[in-house]
Design a protein around this ligand. Structure first.
Ligand code: DGJ
Length: 342
């Protein structure tokens, strides 16, 4: 997932904020600041982008943004000890872009189903946090995601494959990695071709990092338990100058909370916790959002894009996206707030 963005593009990248939405835009593009558009990010067809809990794959100079489709009425699952707000699982969407600004809708790459309530992909279930990596050896695009029942009691990781980045993806099934429950998750592909599944486990108490098989389709038995008992979720992992950085959120349902960083010399190594990387107003709530992915822009210079979700728990379809610069300098991660340009 290396980037080929030129430094001039990086210089021109700036952030525009409006009513709960931040988006990265090259300077030459017009700022979308009309009142109709304020706060809502539209694709190139003029429809609102629906790609929550998402991640980006860069392949052959194109960015592919995969995310959860949240559509329909939000409801509260009865009998839970927490605010278990839900929308019907809508499947996984994909958008493509050459500049991280203009996003073309590529369609539903993995559909939810309505004809079999026992299927993992039934709309009554949870399909969250999709992430895609390309496997050079098999030539397949591999999509992992969180699969759950409406009360989050199933706690599986699901996997699907496609020959094309834009799908359709063929669902292969779900599992508990090494027998452990799996909720919020992400993928990380290293420079050596190894890929890792990082997931909240042990009832969200402890994060696990699993080395995936060479074809990326199953976890191997090599995994580490990290941030033990710290109750972290929403993992997003990057590498910079030989070190690995994992951003996570606290575990507070749909409500925002402080992010934290952990750093290690290898994904299966020892992880040490650093402080909240966010700087500026609302830093203590990750700017009222929750991490989902970190996209390398110019990793040698420590430049990344931090992607997060600003959930609207009582109307999940109306959740927004927060994209901010993430800098790594001398082993320290910062996510500075960017005021809007309006
Ligand atoms: C926080 C997680 O990060 C989200 O992906 C989602 O699972 C919500 N919890 C559910 O409350």
């Amino acid at each position: 997932m290396k980037t080929s963005l030129t430094s001039s593009f990086l210089l021109s990248l700036f952030l525009f904020f409006s009513n709960g939405l931040l988006l990265a835009q090259p300077k030459k593009q017009p700022v979308k600041n009309s009142t109709e558009q304020a706060g809502l990010w539209k694709d190139t067809d003029g429809h609102f982008i629906n790609a929550h809990g998402g991640g980006i794959l860069q392949h052959k100079g194109i960015y592919y943004w995969f995310g959860e489709i949240k559509k329909g009425k939000t409801w509260l699952v009865p009998g839970q000890s927490w605010e278990c707000y839900r929308v019907p699982a809508g499947g996984i969407s994909c958008y493509s872009s050459k500049d991280l600004n203009a996003w073309k809708y590529e369609g539903v790459v993995l559909s939810a189903t309505t004809n079999n309530r026992r299927s993992d992909l039934d709309t009554s279930n949870v399909i969250e946090r999709p992430k895609v990596v390309y496997n050079q050896k098999t030539g397949q695009f591999v999509l992992w995601m969180h699969i759950d029942h409406k009360d989050y009691s199933y706690a599986h990781a699901g996997v699907a494959v496609s020959d094309k980045p834009t799908g359709p993806y063929r669902y292969l099934g779900s599992l508990k990695p090494n027998g452990h429950d799996s909720r919020d998750m992400t993928l990380f592909q290293d420079d050596d071709g190894k890929a890792y599944l990082i997931h909240a486990s042990e009832n969200n108490n402890t994060m696990h990092i699993n080395l995936l098989s060479d074809d990326y389709l199953r976890p191997t038995n090599r995994y580490v338990r990290i941030l033990e008992g710290k109750r972290r979720e929403a993992p997003a992992l990057v590498k910079q100058a030989g070190k690995y950085y994992l951003i996570t959120s606290d575990c507070t349902g749909w409500n925002p909370n402080p992010a934290s960083v952990a750093v290690a010399d290898s994904p299966l190594g020892k992880w040490a916790t650093q402080a909240n990387p966010c700087v500026g107003p609302n830093a203590e709530t990750t700017f009222r959002s929750q991490s989902t992915y970190i996209l390398p822009l110019d990793p040698k210079r420590g430049k990344f894009l931090f992607m997060a979700d600003r959930w609207n728990k009582t109307n999940l379809e109306d959740s927004r996206y927060v994209w901010l610069p993430l800098d790594i300098k001398a082993g320290k991660v910062t996510i500075p707030w960017q005021a809007n340009k309006l």
